[in-house]
Ligand binder design. Sequence first.
Ligand code: NAP
Length: 242
Amino acid sequence: MRNVLITGASRGIGAAAARLFAENGDRVFLNYCHSEKNVQALCQELTDKGYSVFSIRADVSDPQAVRRMFGILREDSIDIDVLVNNAGIAQTKLFTDLTDEDWDKMIAVNLSSAFYCCRAALPSMIRKHSGRIINISSVWGQIGGSCEVHYSAAKAGMIGLTKALAMEEGLSGITVNCIAPGVIQTDMLSPYNDEELQALRNETPTGTLGTPSDVAHAIYFLASPASSFITGQVLGVNGGLC
Ligand code: NAP
């Protein structure tokens, strides 16, 4: 049974991925920060069905909290086989209005978190000569989003991290890939009104928004044996928006 750690698994894409891995027989650790009720309800539902799931709280933007989270796993002799760096926040703001705090928080949650988690997960992956890392970037990290410069920069950083780490870990039997979702129906879209959501649909060649399940299946594929020769790649799950 593989041990899968998904950051930001209390809601949206992370929760859908947790469900998919659990339903396919993996032991899943659902990291969360604030949404305790959500994560407990999901864990209860999956546990009741006989799946192996555990919630684990950590603010992944905090290096000490990430160390503590991996320390807890190590105490139970758990080595992570599949790491999904999914936790993220969004903010829409004019570039000229961004504060130092806005910038630092965005980079910490959306990019530094992946550095902290990869650093903690890699030693056992290297020892076992096997492992999968899947980083969640964004289409805005590829093409840039107006009024989301800090978000776009963090997500572009995720792509650089993925490509460079894939180079470094190739001979260690570890693949590192990235998914760049387009517009996906989750709480992250809550600031948008109906008109704005329709405009986003119109911009997307399929004329639809994606679902958390669409992204979860791509994550699952990149963690599966079928993708063992794929590393350092960015997979767009975006309905053609690029
Ligand atoms: P979401 O529904 O808002 O969920 C965000 C998740 O991140 C929540 O589980 C949240 O947990 C967690 N999180 C936030 N800050 C955290 C922290 N400091 N430590 C640990 N967990 C934290 O968003 P989503 O749409 O599923 O987004 C998932 C990923 O996909 C993000 O990286 C996002 O940037 C990316 N993405 C989303 C879209 C989209 O259109 N939705 C498009 C492109 C990329 P708590 O609530 O427990 O804090």
